[in-house]
Design a protein around this ligand. Structure first.
Ligand code: MG
Length: 378
């Protein structure tokens, strides 16, 4: 079970029409895959996200030389070392070593973890609502309409990137188009202060389909979150950028949120991510994982959610949904899972039970160019 080889695949895609949230537009989507092979020929894939040159240098110069010759079965120890050098890389290594151990045991990942509670997980369609077009609202409504026609029954859209009245017009048009029958998440990406966040409150009283309000204010301002949650008529959610189970503890202890949103790619690996989900269960707080970047990490997120006991015994309400990126992003096709009527079926084969689409890897391999720099004159 010695690690013999680690290959890396930095992928880059330039978005046709940049889209975004309250923090600006995304002009690129990137993805960093790793492939670990043991001396006995068992392999596993992992994924992380960050600035590609930093990941490439980190793996080439430090992580790969460290991993070669180490036992693949010592996942926790290996990840514990790597997370101190590069936390984002730890996620990728933890995924690949988990797949290797599942294959070695001839088990699906969920069975390695103790077994699934359910075969399907609900997902919500996640939009980046803003473009720099004057017609952004029209484009957003069209995209949502198209996505709903494909079977999604819950969606997340952005607020906080425009003045309140403009965002309100957008949401009112969405509500009219869907007749308030689609569960709706509003995500402000930490763009408001408490007074601005409260502008939404009276509208929430009239809308029965708001699933939650996501990160209206800076996550650093917990006292304001506590005040807001005390009077907000809809659930409050957040935590996508926190760096692992340890950072969620104070939020859970202080009842900051109704729903926490850990992201596998932002923490300390698969095992730490699963600890966060379990912590939420211990505290009786719902957990709806954030999973915007990366199809492989989304697959592990689905495995983790499938292996988690339900939050409720209410019929049909047992497990919280996982985010599903529906924007232009070819890396969604790296894994051939597709939601049907808002649910994804968990693969049941050995390991992850699913093959990575290597054609996508070949098509979008980053050429090493300085993609983050604007051409002169722009
Ligand atoms: Mg968010």
């Amino acid at each position: 079970m010695q690690i013999e080889k680690v290959d890396t695949f930095p992928l880059l895609y330039k978005v046709g029409t940049p889209y975004g949230d309250a923090n600006g537009y995304k002009k690129y989507r990137s993805c960093f895959l790793i492939h670990i092979v043991t001396k006995s020929g068992i392999d596993g894939w992992g994924e992380c996200i960050d600035w590609l040159p930093a990941l490439q240098a980190g793996f080439n110069q430090r992580i790969i030389p460290y991993l070669i010759g180490k036992p693949a079965s010592s996942r926790l120890q290996l990840v514990d070392v790597i997370k101190k050098w590069h936390k984002r890389a730890a996620a990728a290594v933890s995924m690949a070593l988990t797949e290797i151990m599942a294959k070695q045991a001839h088990l699906p990942v969920c069975e390695l973890w103790g077994g699934k509670w359910r075969d399907q997980i609900p997902v919500y369609a996640s939009f980046q609502s803003y473009t720099d077009s004057k017609d952004w609202i029209k484009h957003s409504i069209q995209r949502v309409e198209q996505t709903i026609s494909e079977g999604f029954n819950s969606i997340k859209v952005k607020i906080g990137g425009r003045v309140f009245q403009e965002d309100l017009s957008h949401i009112r048009l969405l509500q009219n188009m869907t007749e308030e029958k689609i569960a709706l998440i509003l995500d402000a990406n930490q763009s408001y202060d408490a007074a601005a966040a409260r502008l939404w409150q009276r509208h929430f009283l009239n809308w029965p389909n708001i699933l939650w309000l996501e990160e209206p204010m800076s996550i650093g301002n917990l006292p304001e979150y506590h005040l807001l949650r005390a009077s907000l008529p809809v659930p409050l959610a957040g935590g996508e950028n926190l760096k692992g189970a340890r950072e969620f503890l104070p939020l859970l202890c202080q009842n900051t949120f109704d729903i926490i949103q850990p992201d596998l790619l932002h923490g300390e690996g698969v095992d730490d991510f699963r600890s966060t989900l379990q912590l939420a269960r211990h505290f009786g707080i719902r957990v709806s994982p954030h999973s915007y970047d990366g199809a492989l990490s989304r697959l592990y997120t689905l495995f983790a959610q499938a292996s988690l006991a339900g939050w409720s015994k209410m019929d049909g309400e047992s497990i919280e949904p996982v985010e599903w990126d529906v924007m232009e992003n070819p890396f969604s096709e790296l894994i051939s899972l597709k939601p049907v009527n808002g649910y994804v079926s968990i693969p049941s084969g050995t390991g992850t039970g699913i093959e990575i689409n290597t054609d996508i890897i070949k098509a979008y391999l980053w050429d090493g160019s300085a993609y983050w720099q604007q051409p002169a004159g722009k």
